[in-house]
Design a protein. Sequence first.
Length: 313
Amino acid sequence: MPLKIALAGIGKIARDQHIPALIASAEWELAATVSRHATGVDGVEAFDDFNAMLKARPDIEVVSLCMPPVPRFAYAKAAIRDGRHVMLEKPPGATLSECHALEAMAREAGVSIYATWHSREAMMVAQAKAWLTGKILHSLVVTWKEDVRKWHPGQTWIWEAGGLGVFDPGINALSIVTEILPDPIHIATSELFIPENCETPIAANLTFTHPHGAQVSAELDFRKEGDQFWNIAIETDQGSLELSEGGATLSINGETQTAASSDNALQGEYPRLYANMARLVRGRTIDMDLSPMAHVADAFLLGKRISVEPFIE
Ligand code: NAP
């Protein structure tokens, strides 16, 4: 039997990724949508109030929350308290403490909760991780530079406190780094470039401390026009690796790699996320890895603020 799921927050990512992934999956039945603006999906029951959906549809076991991070906690809490399993878009919340609280609530209620990191499901990430195992890291450089006007049109929440600014995409890079690196790292220095009229950074430069002294850094920039970069370049004692296009492309010692046949079983980041969620729900387990978010929190804690020209969309 497919698992019944309600999708809440019907914006860009819900329409671009969640809805197509759910409709294509035999494991899932998109049973309801919740949108404050009553935009839904043809043939699927639409609600404009989350609590009304919970009350009207006790048959729906799982909710997937696609709204921005700041309002997400209240929805997740209501769902868990009502005995539903919860899938969270990235970042899983606005603060680490509220994510810990959600995990504790889920454990107490006996439901699954999943902090998703879609970039970890990019096609070549698992192969990059496997190649790095047992090698000595010399350096890792993240270059995540995109045009915010192109990818996030009209998303004013990104510039408000809790919206993360350039860390909204930058946390995707950190989700890959924390997945593929065998050793834990932590932020050593952070520079945050904040437009005069915004509450969040438009660019950030980070350096990290690595336990064996490797040079690890990240350059994140939302102001990049023209070519866009979502790259992670790594040097080791046994050669170099470059993940590009957000983890979709991998080259090792300059040679482009093809996906292993097992990686092709389920195409796409979001189909894989939903397959993971189905496994968690069926096993009543929890996946709440907050390590990418901890780096972002530390970048804000240690961040040297540098004021830059106002951002006008
Ligand atoms: P979005 O289109 O700006 O917003 C998503 C939806 O959230 C809105 O359409 C709205 O849905 C709901 N919403 C907005 N503000 C709300 C509030 N204050 N309270 C309750 N609901 C609210 O954003 P998005 O790009 O889809 O991003 C949403 C989340 O997905 C973010 O955490 C983002 O990091 C993540 N994400 C985005 C992308 C991307 O490429 N855009 C990729 C991966 C992950 P209703 O009008 O239906 O209520």
